[in-house]
Design a binder for this molecule. Structure first.
Ligand SMILES: *[C@@H]1O[C@H](CO)[C@@H](O)[C@H](O)[C@H]1NC(C)=O
Ligand SMILES: *[C@@H]1O[C@H](CO)[C@@H](O)[C@H](O)[C@H]1NC(C)=O
Ligand SMILES: *[C@@H]1O[C@H](CO)[C@@H](O)[C@H](O)[C@H]1NC(C)=O
Ligand SMILES: *[C@@H]1O[C@H](CO)[C@@H](O)[C@H](O)[C@H]1NC(C)=O
Ligand SMILES: *[C@@H]1O[C@H](CO)[C@@H](O)[C@H](O)[C@H]1NC(C)=O
Ligand SMILES: *[C@@H]1O[C@H](CO)[C@@H](O)[C@H](O)[C@H]1NC(C)=O
Ligand SMILES: *[C@@H]1O[C@H](CO)[C@@H](O)[C@H](O)[C@H]1NC(C)=O
Length: 343
């Protein structure tokens, strides 16, 4: 029995116990600090080849339940849109959402993180193709959505990260490839009234601070809470509003599209634009509130301390960490003995 095996064995047990953190409430900080009942983290970085193949081959098959970014919930939790969109106005063209424009890809630079990421592309070869992923749970009622993304490619496409109930109950983050490299759009629909006059406070065209460009990895965040929407760039609030804040159960969507119209612009024939995604992190409630199991104590975790790892909040933390350590020590010893036995 080598020390390495022993170490690995212990590491596996430790990882298992550390993951079983049992957070029951997920809190967010910022100007509209709040808490949520559910949490998800989809990490597309550093995936192994077999995982990529599995995901690219199966993830939109509704029969397949158990494949994911790694092995859990990517395929179960997200649907990939296949939809033909008709011409909607004089200036627009017809376009299609297609599953083949959604892929997990390997980075060209294998030495630099991330070695893999999710990419949604809008492509134009005469026809216009687009990509969209929809969170399968469609009754999200309030959420904090964060995604580390970059946008590159031809002018005339729109990258969207948004909530959607209907066209007048929707909260958006949008990046337009025809825009200057540091502008991001935030809006709560409808942004105009029936006379096509702008609804003040419903939309923002923000210049990201500190020379940030959307072509480089940036963390975009939308906090949607009762009465307020707030948008963040790399952890700093860039805009907030109490106008047109949605209050209906919604879907969560990421997409990359173009319809050749005035807002998106038109992609030149033979070009491509991409929304690359390193990870998506979400804390949310649904319209059907979950009852907390009776007798269970609330374990409140912050999602702001470490990406992808909700951390037990201060106060409860000290007691719990102490308890965890006490439980962990015998566990390590038991593991040690167990590993010794099986080797
Ligand atoms: C949220 O918490 C994190 C970690 O403590 C901190 O780095 C960040 O500045 C906080 N953000 C806001 C908006 O308060
Ligand atoms: C989410 O639900 C929990 C439990 O009902 C509640 O305490 C919390 O305020 C809700 N969060 C939002 C943003 O509505
Ligand atoms: C994904 O699976 C690999 C191999 O099983 C493992 O090494 C890695 O830690 C897993 N990543 C996550 C995020 O669970
Ligand atoms: C778009 O979808 C329509 C309807 O399903 C189909 O007829 C058309 O061939 C598709 N176009 C492309 C470019 O995939
Ligand atoms: C776009 O390019 C394709 C070949 O790449 C060509 O067949 C088609 O006619 C072009 N369409 C337009 C509108 O220029
Ligand atoms: C959108 O949904 C809201 C809330 O359910 C409703 O009040 C509104 O009439 C809907 N708008 C449209 C255009 O259907
Ligand atoms: C957003 O603002 C920038 C200037 O900061 C401007 O160049 C750009 O055209 C605006 N975008 C839209 C879609 O209005």
């Amino acid at each position: 029995m080598t020390r390495l095996t022993l170490l690995l064995c212990c590491a596996v047990f430790y990882a298992a116990s550390a993951r079983a953190d049992g957070c029951t409430t997920f809190s967010i900080n910022g100007s509209y600090a709040n808490s949520f009942q559910y949490y998800r983290f989809y990490d597309f970085r550093s995936l192994q080849e077999t995982i990529i193949e599995q995901n690219n081959a199966f993830r939109w098959d509704p029969q397949v339940q158990s494949l994911s970014v790694n092995d859990s919930s990517w395929s179960r939790d997200w649907e990939i849109r296949e939809q033909a969109k008709a011409v909607t106005g004089e200036d627009t063209i017809s376009w299609n959402y297609t599953a083949s424009n959604v892929k997990i890809v390997r980075s060209d630079d294998s030495l630099k993180e991330p070695t893999t990421y999710l990419t949604l592309s809008a492509t134009r070869h005469s026809s216009q193709l687009a990509a969209e992923i929809d969170f399968a749970q469609k009754s999200i009622l309030y959420a904090s959505i964060r995604a580390s993304v970059r946008v590159n490619g031809a002018s005339g496409a729109v990258a969207g990260i948004f909530t959607y109930h209907n066209d007048t109950s929707e909260s958006d983050i949008e990046i337009l490839t025809r825009d200057p490299g540091n502008n991001v759009h935030y809006s709560n629909q409808p942004t105009t009234d029936s006379a096509n006059k702008i609804n003040p406070g419903s939309s923002y065209n923000v210049s990201m601070k500190a020379g940030r460009q959307w072509s480089a990895w940036t963390t975009h965040r939308l906090d949607w809470v009762p009465g307020h929407s707030a948008w963040y760039v790399d952890g700093e609030m860039a805009a907030s509003t109490n106008i047109n804040v949605p209050d209906a159960p919604s879907a969560i969507i990421l997409n990359m599209w173009s319809n050749g119209g005035q807002w998106a612009g038109r992609m030149p024939n033979g070009t491509e634009a991409r929304l690359d995604v390193m990870w998506i992190e979400m804390a949310f409630n649904t319209s059907t509130q979950r009852d907390s199991p009776s007798g269970s104590t609330e374990i409140r975790c912050s999602v702001d301390k470490a990406v992808g790892r909700p951390t037990v909040s201060a106060g409860i933390a000290s007691g719990r960490n102490g308890l965890e350590f006490c439980l962990l020590l015998p566990l390590i010893l038991a593991t040690w003995l167990f590993c010794d036995l099986i080797n």
